[in-house]
Design a protein around this ligand. Structure first.
Ligand SMILES: Nc1ncnc2c1ncn2[C@@H]1O[C@H](COP(=O)(O)OP(=O)(O)O)[C@@H](O)[C@H]1O
Ligand SMILES: [Mg+2]
Length: 253
C-alpha cells in the first residue's frame, strides 16, 4: 500500500479538490479497486467530489465504536473507494480526536486492516494547519503533497511546513514531501511571478506540474463529479492527469 497525504497550513487552497481529482486521475490509470480516499477533515466534504452526497457514516463515528473501517468504504461511481469522515457533532469529533491522540498510529493500523489491495494507493485529505490529523498523516504517509496557492499568504506558510518536514525526516528519512501549486493563473502577472518565485525557492521539492485555476473544477463539484469526468479536455483535467503520472513516477509505480 502507498499512502499519499494531501496537506496545507492554509484553508481554501484546494486540498479536498486535489485529493478527489488526483484520485480519479490515478483510478483511470490504475483501474477499479486500486485507489481509495480517506477523509480526515471534519468538514466531511470529500465525498461530494466523488458523487456520494448522502453518506452519513464515516471513520469518525466508527473509530469511537471500535468498528472496522471496511464498513464505511463506499464505492464511488468513479472507481475510487471513499472512506468519509462522516457527520459528527462536537462530542463525536472530540472523542475521535482523543482516540487519535492516544494512538499515534491509529490511521495506519486501520488502513492495514481495511481490506484494501496490497498495492492500493490511498490518498488522505486533511484539515488546514497543525492538528492531530496532520500528525497521523505524517506518521503513515509515504508521500506528502503540500498544496499552495501562488500568493504571498501561501508563501508565508512555507517555513511552518518545512519544520514539519524536517521533524518528520528525523524518524522517516524516506518520506517524500513535495509542494504543488494550485489555481495558477498565468494571465495574472502577480500570480505568474509568484508561481515562478515559488518554483525557484522550492526547486527540488516542488512538483513540476502546476494545477491551473479552471472554472470547470467548480462546475464539476456542482455536479458532484471529478473534473476529468465532467470535462475531460479541461485544462485542470489535463493537469490532474499529468500530476497523476508524476506521482506514480515519484512512487516508482
Ligand atoms: N484548480 C482549481 N480551479 C478552480 N477552482 C478551484 C481549484 N481548486 C480548488 N478550487 C476551488 O477552491 C475552493 C476551495 O477548494 P477546497 O478543495 O475546498 O480547499 P481546501 O480543501 O484546501 O479547503 C473550492 O470552491 C474549489 O472549487
Ligand atoms: Mg478541504
Amino acid at each position: 500500500m502507498s499512502v499519499i497525504g494531501v496537506v496545507s497550513m492554509k484553508g481554501g487552497v484546494g486540498k479536498t479538490t486535489t485529493t478527489a481529482n488526483l484520485a480519479s486521475a490515478l483510478a483511470i490509470k490504475l483501474g477499479r479497486g486500486s485507489v481509495s480516499v480517506l477523509d480526515l477533515d471534519p468538514q466531511n466534504a470529500l465525498r461530494w467530489h466523488l458523487g456520494l452526497p448522502d453518506t452519513q457514516q464515516g471513520v469518525c463515528d466508527l473509530s469511537r465504536r471500535g468498528g472496522d473501517w471496511r464498513q464505511v468504504a463506499f464505492p464511488s461511481p468513479f472507481n475510487v473507494l471513499c472512506l468519509p469522515y462522516g457527520q459528527a457533532d462536537e462530542i463525536g469529533r472530540m472523542a475521535f480526536e482523543d482516540v487519535l491522540e492516544q494512538h499515534p498510529r491509529w490511521v495506519s493500523d486501520q488502513l492495514d486492516r481495511a481490506g484494501l489491495k496490497q498495492n492500493a494507493l490511498v490518498l488522505i485529505d486533511t484539515p488546514p494547519g497543525p492538528s492531530v490529523y496532520l500528525r497521523q498523516v505524517f506518521a503513515c504517509a509515504d508521500f506528502i503533497l503540500v498544496v499552495l496557492l501562488a500568493d504571498a499568504g501561501s508563501y508565508a506558510t512555507v517555513p511552518a511546513m518545512q519544520t514539519w518536514r524536517a521533524d518528520a525526516s528525523a524518524t522517516r528519512p524516506n518520506l517524500g514531501v513535495y509542494y504543488v501549486l494550485n489555481q495558477v493563473d498565468r494571465s495574472d502577472p502577480l500570480n505568474r511571478d509568484t508561481a515562478a518565485f515559488l518554483h525557484q525557492q522550492l526547486v527540488s521539492c516542488i512538483c513540476p506540474v502546476d494545477i491551473h485555476g479552471d472554472e470547470a473544477v467548480g462546475e464539476a463539484l456542482a455536479f458532484t463529479q471529478p473534473v476529468l469526468q465532467y470535462e475531460p479536455h479541461a485544462q485542470a483535467s489535463l493537469d490532474m492527469t499529468r500530476l497523476a503520472t508524476w506521482v506514480l513516477d515519484m512512487l516508482n509505480r
